[in-house]
Write a protein that binds this ligand. Structure first.
Ligand SMILES: [Zn+2]
Length: 367
């Protein structure tokens, strides 16, 4: 059994070309890894890199025609109108630019490597990837190949029969849910902002182990702790998973510039600190997140938690240049307040636990 948590990345995520001004363009992974590497207790032997998944591995989930169209689009740097309509490639949410498909395939290769590394147990953090919206033959939500589904399928192929997928991203994890909606061996649970794209995830089906929590704007740390205690923990405990996969999209943070939820990153840290003790295999990925400072601090802080370290005691400033390099390529970001440079951990953002949150918890537990 692996003793130390492993950090998985790939150099390609620091060097791929990008579409100007698009949220997908911002290199979230490289600044996160820079911050983590700057922590004085970081052991370089914990860092591994993954390589691109071959198309035949992608076929475990994706249609051959879609895979061919994606690679063709990247090669030509253009997408015919019929292909755009059929597969979502080249649309506003899923632009085609140099390296984009290679990068998506690399995230899948990293996911497959994570599954391999977890065979005998352990903890893996791969802050790239987390493309939870992608379907077998459709790009969606800035995603082209579904690394999460491929990783979970690899765990299933290895013989695991109880895998819990917990989605903390502000958007519903629709692609992953659809992939396993009728597979009782994979539990999916998503917490997401109500009335937001992709406008799914409004219902649960406990008989198939599908759980969804739509939460209101300004969703706070106290409300998240309530959900964890009264819904997530009982559901996961009853399932007794052999592995937990956590999509830690960072757009549920108060500091996110696109979504309207109100969590501090301590809510992520506390949730993951709880979940990591509930299965012998833990795989944490990235996901959405539209404030590069907040993303890098959150995901680097998660790495601290997975290593029994307090993110509040880890200065962020050592990785400042890595974050700034990313910010400079994403011009909509504001000037960072002082605490974004001085610590990885936010101040807690507690608040009232609103009736809608309490009610959602009760409804599911009693269904
Ligand atoms: Zn999101």
């Amino acid at each position: 059994m692996t003793t130390k948590p492993l950090l998985l990345g790939s150099d390609i995520f620091g060097h791929t070309g990008r579409a100007s001004g698009h949220p997908l363009a911002w290199p979230k992974t490289a600044p996160t890894l820079d911050v983590i590497r700057s922590l004085d207790w970081f052991d370089p032997e914990q860092y591994l890199t993954g390589s691109k998944a071959f198309p035949r591995r992608l076929r475990a989930f994706h249609d051959q025609g879609y895979i061919d169209a994606a690679y063709d689009a990247e090669a030509r740097q253009e997408v015919p109108p019929d292909i755009r309509l059929k597969y979502g490639l080249g649309s506003g949410d899923n632009p085609i630019f140099p390296g984009v498909i290679e990068r998506a395939a690399t995230a899948c290769g990293v996911a497959l490597k994570a599954a391999d590394l977890l065979m005998d147990g352990g903890v893996v953090h791969s802050p790239l990837g987390g493309a939870h919206h992608v379907h077998p033959a459709r790009a969606a939500g800035f995603g082209y190949f579904n690394d999460l589904v491929l990783g979970i399928l690899a765990l299933r192929d290895a013989g695991l029969t109880r895998i819990a997928y917990i989605d903390l991203d502000a958007h519903h994890g629709d692609g992953v849910e659809a992939a396993f909606a009728f597979d009782r061996n994979v539990l999916t649970l998503s917490i997401h902002e109500e009335n937001c794209w992709p406008f799914s995830g409004t219902e649960s089906d406990p008989s198939y182990r599908v759980y969804n929590y739509c939460v209101p704007p300004a969703f706070n740390d106290s409300e998240m702790a309530h959900l964890v205690r009264h819904a997530i923990c009982p559901i996961v405990e009853e399932f007794a998973p052999e592995a937990i996969v956590i999509q830690a999209g960072a757009d549920s943070l108060e500091d996110d510039l696109m979504m309207k939820l109100g969590l501090s990153n301590r809510a992520y840290f506390d949730t993951i600190d709880t979940l990591r003790h509930m299965a012998p295999r833990i795989w944490v990925t990235g996901g959405g997140g539209y404030n590069p400072w907040a993303v890098a601090r959150c995901w680097a802080g998660i790495w601290c938690v997975l290593n029994d370290r307090d993110p509040g005691g880890a200065p962020a400033v050592a990785g400042e240049q890595g974050i700034i390099d990313g910010v400079l390529q994403w011009p909509t970001v504001c000037d960072p307040p002082e605490n974004w440079l001085s610590t990885l951990a936010d101040d807690p953002r507690p608040g009232d636990i609103r009736d809608c949150v309490k009610q959602a918890t009760k409804t599911l537990l009693h269904s």
